[in-house]
Design a protein around this ligand. Sequence first.
Ligand SMILES: CC(C)(COP(=O)(O)OP(=O)(O)OC[C@H]1O[C@@H](n2cnc3c(N)ncnc32)[C@H](O)[C@@H]1OP(=O)(O)O)[C@@H](O)C(=O)NCCC(=O)NCCS
Length: 171
Amino acid sequence: MKPLEIQSVIETPSLRLRPPRLSDAGHLAKLLNDFEVARMTTSIPHPYGLEDAEQFLKSSGEETFIVEHQDHGPIGTIGFSEGEGRRAELGYWIGKPYWGCGFATEAARGALGWAGSVWKRRHVAARHFIDNPASGEVLCKSGFLYTGQVTPSVSKARGEIVPSRWMVWLA
Ligand SMILES: CC(C)(COP(=O)(O)OP(=O)(O)OC[C@H]1O[C@@H](n2cnc3c(N)ncnc32)[C@H](O)[C@@H]1OP(=O)(O)O)[C@@H](O)C(=O)NCCC(=O)NCCS
């Protein structure tokens, strides 16, 4: 983890996207030890324990944010990874008790605003498994467009390779 003072905090109408802290591990482990969440991600294993959360928090960079709700506390994470050629890719999850409230869309819009204005990215990639239309909706509502590219991606929790639909967002 980077020192807190050099990481950004992003405020949205009902959420705060803030730097991760080791004390978030309990919250994350509880919400992430859920196959319905993990199965839609590439890298989250199932089952998911406190040690997994601590390891994630220790290794997370300054482009990773805890999604904190003003009443519920931490409800998920959102962040950017860098692939080949510094290609930024957006990833996120929201705990199941908080699905369907618009939080992923609100967080994605906030994070993309930051990526364009602070991180100075002109484009961001994202992908979702073909059986995850909810994530496709989040990305469309956040301004992403489908590229038409479909590639196989591993789902660690499923132990399977699942086709992913790629999308792009332009600042
Ligand atoms: C995908 C996920 C982030 C969505 O979070 P959320 O906070 O519920 O998302 P939002 O409420 O902002 O938007 C979800 C949209 O998907 C729609 N949706 C939900 N289930 C759907 C389905 N089966 N088919 C089509 N649309 C669906 C909702 O209606 C909503 O759109 P609307 O606001 O226009 O009605 C959450 O379900 C999650 O964390 N899933 C597991 C991990 C994951 O998929 N991460 C993303 C990996 S690419």
